[in-house]
Design a protein around this ligand. Structure first.
Ligand code: NDP
Length: 341
C-alpha cells in the first residue's frame, strides 16, 4: 500500500495524536500560535492537478498537526481554482474541524479584467475576499493578506480595507506580503491607529534569498508582527530534486513559468550539493535542513512549504526533529552561501 492509499474512498478521520509532535510558535505579539511548518496551495491544487493527491497532502499535513493552510485568490491554474478545489476538500473532509484550522487568503495580484481586479484598492480587496469565501465555502478566513505593495494606491486606503474586513468579521486577522521594511512599518502604524494589529508578514525567505535579514525581520520583531517564510525551498531548488538533472515530475518540467530550466544553473546546483553534504552529516535531507535553517531565527513563526507529493510533506515534517545548528555548521553554511551574492 502506498502512503496516502489508506485515505481513498473513505470518510476522513484525522489522526488522534495529530498535535503530539508538531511544534508551534507564537505569531508575534498575538494570541495565535502557528505550526512551525505550514502548507501552501499555490501549486498542485489547480484544475490541471489530481485533486486526490492534493487531498492526501492536506490530510497528511493535518494528521501531523499542520493546521495552517495558505491560499490566495489567484492560485490555480486557472485563477481561483485552488480555492475552489480546496473548498471541495474542505467540505468533504475538514468542515467538522474548521475551528482547528487557520485558513488564509490574499489579494493583490491580477485576478480579473478591468481596473478593479488588481493591486490594492478597497474596491478590489473587499470584492476579492467575498469571492474567495464563496469559492472556499467558508464564512471567514483566519488571515487575509494584501499580497503585494501597491505604489499607486494610498496605503491608508489599502489598510482601511483590511481594517473594515476585520470589523465585518470576514477575516479574523490581517497581514501583508512582499512589503519592504519601510512599507511594513507604515502599514502596521496605520492599522494600529485604526485599532487593528498587523498579525503577520509573508515574505520570500530561503537560504538563497535573504533580503529579510536586511531590516525587515528587525521591524517585525520590534512591532510584534509574526513572519511566515514563503518559497523556503526555492521552489524545489533547495532539495535534492535537481542534483542530477531535471526530473520529469518537477515544477520546472511541468510548468516553467515560475521556476524555469535556465534558473537551474550549475553554480547553484554546486552549492546545493555542498549544502546537501552538511545536511547528510546532520542526518537530514536537503529540504529538511533548508527548513530548519530558517527556523533558527525565533522571529520566523512558520515556514510555508509547497509539495507535490505526500512523501515530500512527510520529508519536510521531519525537519522539526533537528532544529539545532552547531557554530561550525552555521559557518560552513555561510561559507557556501557567501559566494551566491
Ligand atoms: P517551496 O520553496 O517549498 O517549493 C515547493 C516545491 O518544492 C514543491 O512543489 C516540490 O516541487 C518541491 N519539494 C517540496 N518538498 C520537497 C522535498 N521534501 N523533496 C524534494 N522536493 C520537494 O515553496 P513554494 O514556492 O511552493 O511556495 C510555498 C507556498 O508559499 C505557496 O504554496 C504559497 O502558499 C506561498 N507563496 C506566497 C507568495 C506570496 O507572494 N505571498 C509567493 C509564492 C508562494 P515539485 O513540484 O517539483 O515536486
Amino acid at each position: 500500500m502506498k502512503i496516502g492509499d489508506q485515505y481513498d474512498n473513505d470518510i476522513y478521520r484525522p489522526a488522534a495524536g495529530r498535535y503530539d509532535s508538531m511544534k508551534y510558535r507564537r505569531c508575534g505579539r498575538s494570541g495565535i500560535r502557528l505550526p512551525m511548518l505550514s502548507i501552501g496551495l499555490w501549486h498542485n491544487f489547480g484544475h490541471t492537478n489530481d485533486l486526490e493527491v492534493g487531498r492526501n497532502m492536506l490530510r497528511t499535513a493535518f494528521d501531523h498537526g499542520i493546521c495552517h493552510f495558505d491560499l490566495a485568490n489567484n492560485y490555480g491554474p486557472p485563477y481561483g481554482a485552488a480555492e475552489t478545489n480546496f473548498g471541495r476538500i474542505f467540505r468533504e473532509d475538514f468542515a467538522p474541524y474548521r475551528d482547528e484550522l487557520i485558513l488564509s487568503s490574499k489579494a493583490g495580484w491580477d485576478m480579473w479584467p478591468g481596473p478593479y481586479g488588481n493591486w490594492g484598492s478597497k474596491k478590489y480587496l473587499v470584492a476579492s475576499l467575498d469571492q474567495s469565501l464563496q469559492r472556499m465555502g467558508v464564512d471567514y478566513v483566519d488571515i487575509f493578506y494584501h499580497h503585494r505593495p501597491d505604489p499607486q494606491t494610498p496605503l491608508e486606503e489599502t489598510m482601511g480595507a483590511l481594517h473594515q474586513i476585520v470589523q465585518q468579521g470576514k477575516a479574523l486577522y490581517v497581514g501583508v506580503s512582499q512589503y519592504s521594511a519601510e512599507e511594513t512599518m507604515r502599514a502596521a502604524s496605520i492599522l494600529s491607529e485604526m485599532g487593528t494589529h498587523c498579525l503577520i508578514h509573508q515574505p520570500r525567505y530561503s537560504m538563497m534569498d535573504r533580503w529579510v535579514e536586511d531590516g525587515l525581520l528587525d521591524v517585525l520583531g520590534d512591532r510584534g508582527i509574526g513572519a511566515i517564510a514563503f518559497s523556503p525551498l526555492e521552489q524545489g531548488l533547495l532539495t535534492n530534486k535537481y542534483l542530477t538533472g531535471i526530473p520529469e515530475d518537477s515544477r520546472v518540467a511541468r510548468d516553467g513559468r515560475y521556476l524555469s530550466e535556465d534558473q537551474i544553473k550549475e553554480d547553484k546546483i554546486k552549492k546545493v550539493r555542498a549544502l546537501n553534504e552538511i545536511a547528510q552529516a546532520r542526518g537530514q535531507s536537503m529540504a529538511q535542513m533548508a527548513i530548519a535553517w530558517l527556523l533558527k531565527d525565533e522571529r520566523i513563526t512558520s515556514v510555508l512549504v509547497g509539495a507535490s507529493k505526500v512523501e515530500q510533506m512527510l520529508d519536510n515534517i521531519k525537519a522539526l526533529d533537528n532544529l539545532d545548528f552547531s557554530t561550525d555548521e552555521l559557518s560552513n553554511i555561510e561559507e557556501i552561501l557567501k559566494n551566491d551574492e
